[in-house]
Design a protein around this ligand. Structure first.
Ligand code: ADP
Ligand code: MG
Length: 419
C-alpha cells in the first residue's frame, strides 16, 4: 500500500528564499522584508470561541511566508507559489466589503481593514509574494497564516507599532479577522488569528473568548512540551472534501445565540461556568436541567456540546499540567464524540481516522478545527505517529478515499519578522 506522506514544515531559510525569488520574478525588485505566520491546531475547545468560551491552540511549525514592499499608491499586487504565476491586482481606493474575489481577498482585506480604522489611514498599497507549507483547507488555518503574516508585515512597514507587544497584537488579530469575515466572507471567531499571532514556542495558548476580559487577561500560556513527556502529536489532514462556507457554521452559530437568548443569558459561556463550578458528578444533571428548557432536539444537542466542551478545556489543561496523560487522552476522545454525536460536524473520514488512531494505541484522538472535513489530532507515544498515520492511510485506501497527509507537530513560535 502507498506510504503515508508527511508534510515537512518550510524552514525559515527556504521560506525566505522562496518568497524573495517569487517577489523578484513578479515585481522586478527587492522586497522591504520577509515575515511569517504559523498555521495552528486547536488541542481542545471546538465551536466554543463564538460562545465566549475557551479554546487551546498551539502554533504549528508549518508557516506562511510573505515578502512585501509598500507602494506609494493604493494598488495591491499579490502572487503566491500556489497562484500559477498569476498576479492579482486590486485598488484599495473605494473598496467595499466583499468586493475582492478569490484568495487575494485575504491579504487585500487586511490593508482594507486597517484603512477603515483611525490608526490606519496612512496605510497604502503594497506588492507581496507568499509561500506556505500550511495545507490549504485542512482545518489548520492557512487563511489565518496568510492574514496574520500580512497584518504583521503592514504593521511593520507602516510603523503602526502593534506587532512588538502581545497586547498590540490583539489589534492585528482584529484586522486579520475583519479581512476574513468582511472581505473574504469566511466567518471566523478569532481563535485562528489569536493563535497565529499570540502563541508561544513550547506552549499551548489558553484563549478565553469572553469579551468582558481585557485582551491581556484573555490569554494564558501553558507548558505543552511533548518531548519532555515522551509524547508526540500527530496531525492528519484527512483530505476529505471540505467547506465551511455552505451555511453549516453559520446555522450552528445562530442556534447557539438563539438558545442563549431563550435561556436568558448573554452567551452559553455563562451557563458553562455555572455547570463547571459544580463537583464533576453533578455536572451532567445540571446540564440536563438547562437543556430541558429548550424546545428542539437539535438545540439541546448543540448546547450540550458547548457546555461540556468548555469544561473539557479546563480539565485538559489541568490533566496535562499534572502529567496525567491517560486523562488528557480521554478528554480528546470525549471531545470528538461530542462533536460527532451532539454538534454533528464530523464526516466519516474524521470518525474513521480517530477510530483507527485509538485502536492503534493513541492516548486519545479527535477532530480539530471546524469540522466537515479537515484534520484530526492524536496524542501518542514518541515514535508512534508514523505507524499510526500509516494505518489510517491503509484504512482510507481500502475504502477508496483520498490519501490523507500527516504532519509531525511541536508547539512553535508566533508570527515574526524573519528578514
Ligand atoms: P484553512 O484556513 O483551514 O486552511 P480556509 O478555507 O479558511 O481553510 O482558507 C483557505 C483559503 O485561503 C484558500 O482557499 C486560499 O483562498 C487562501 N490561502 C491560504 N493560503 C494560501 C496561499 N499560500 N496561497 C494562496 N491562497 C492561500
Ligand atoms: Mg481558515
Amino acid at each position: 500500500m502507498a506510504q503515508i506522506e508527511f508534510i515537512d514544515a518550510l524552514g525559515v531559510d527556504d521560506g525566505v528564499r522562496q518568497v524573495t525569488e517569487l517577489f523578484r520574478e513578479a515585481f522586478g525588485e527587492e522586497p522591504a522584508g520577509v515575515w511569517d505566520a504559523p498555521g495552528r491546531v486547536n488541542l481542545i475547545g471546538e465551536h466554543t470561541d463564538y460562545n465566549n468560551g475557551l479554546c487551546l491552540p498551539i502554533a504549528l511549525p508549518h508557516r506562511t511566508f510573505i515578502a512585501l514592499k509598500p507602494r506609494e499608491d493604493t494598488k495591491v499586487r499579490v502572487i503566491s507559489t500556489l497562484s500559477d504565476g498569476k498576479v492579482s491586482e486590486v485598488d484599495l481606493d473605494g473598496l467595499q466589503a466583499g468586493d475582492v474575489e478569490g484568495w487575494a481577498a485575504y491579504p487585500v482585506g487586511v490593508a482594507w481593514a486597517m484603512r477603515n480604522t483611525n490608526f490606519g489611514t496612512g496605510v497604502r498599497g503594497f506588492d507581496a509574494a507568499f509561500a506556505s507549507s500550511v495545507p490549504l483547507g485542512g482545518g489548520l488555518s492557512s487563511s489565518a497564516a496568510m492574514t496574520c503574516s500580512t497584518a504583521l508585515a503592514l504593521d511593520d512597514v507602516y510603523d503602526l507599532g502593534f506587532g512588538s507587544t502581545d497586547e498590540g497584537r490583539v489589534t492585528l488579530v482584529r484586522m486579520a479577522m475583519s479581512a476574513e469575515n468582511d472581505m473574504a466572507g469566511a466567518a471566523t471567531g478569532g481563535l485562528d488569528q489569536s493563535a497565529s499571532l499570540r502563541c508561544q514556542e513550547g506552549m499551548a495558548l489558553l484563549l478565553d473568548c469572553d469579551p468582558k476580559l481585557s485582551a491581556v487577561d484573555s490569554v494564558s500560556q501553558h507548558d505543552f512540551d511533548l518531548s519532555k513527556r515522551g509524547l508526540e502529536l500527530l496531525v492528519l489532514d484527512t483530505q476529505a472534501p471540505h467547506s465551511l462556507n455552505d451555511g453549516q457554521y453559520e446555522s450552528r452559530r445562530r442556534l447557539c445565540e438563539e438558545s442563549a437568548a431563550a435561556l436568558g443569558v448573554d452567551s452559553l459561556r455563562v451557563l458553562a461556568d455555572d455547570v463547571n463550578a459544580r463537583p464533576e458528578q453533578e455536572r451532567a444533571d445540571a446540564i440536563a436541567e438547562i437543556i430541558a428548557k429548550l424546545d428542539s432536539e437539535e438545540a439541546k444537542k448543540r448546547v450540550r456540546h458547548v457546555l461540556t466542551e468548555i469544561g473539557r478545556v479546563t480539565d485538559f489543561v489541568e490533566a496535562f499540567r499534572n502529567g496525567d496523560i491517560a486523562r488528557s487522552g480521554e478528554l480528546f476522545n470525549a471531545s470528538h464524540d461530542s462533536l460527532r454525536d451532539d454538534y454533528e460536524v464530523t464526516v466519516p473520514q474524521l470518525d474513521v481516522a480517530v477510530d483507527v488512531a485509538r485502536t492503534e494505541g493513541a492516548y486519545g484522538a479527535r477532530m480539530t478545527g471546524g469540522g466537515f472535513g479537515g484534520s484530526i489530532i492524536a496524542l501518542v507515544d514518541e515514535g508512534k505517529a508514523e505507524p499510526i498515520a500509516q494505518k489510517i492511510a491503509d484504512e482510507f485506501d481500502k475504502r477508496g478515499w483520498n490519501a490523507p497527509r500527516a504532519l509531525a507537530v511541536v508547539a512553535s513560535q508566533p508570527a515574526e519578522r524573519v528578514q
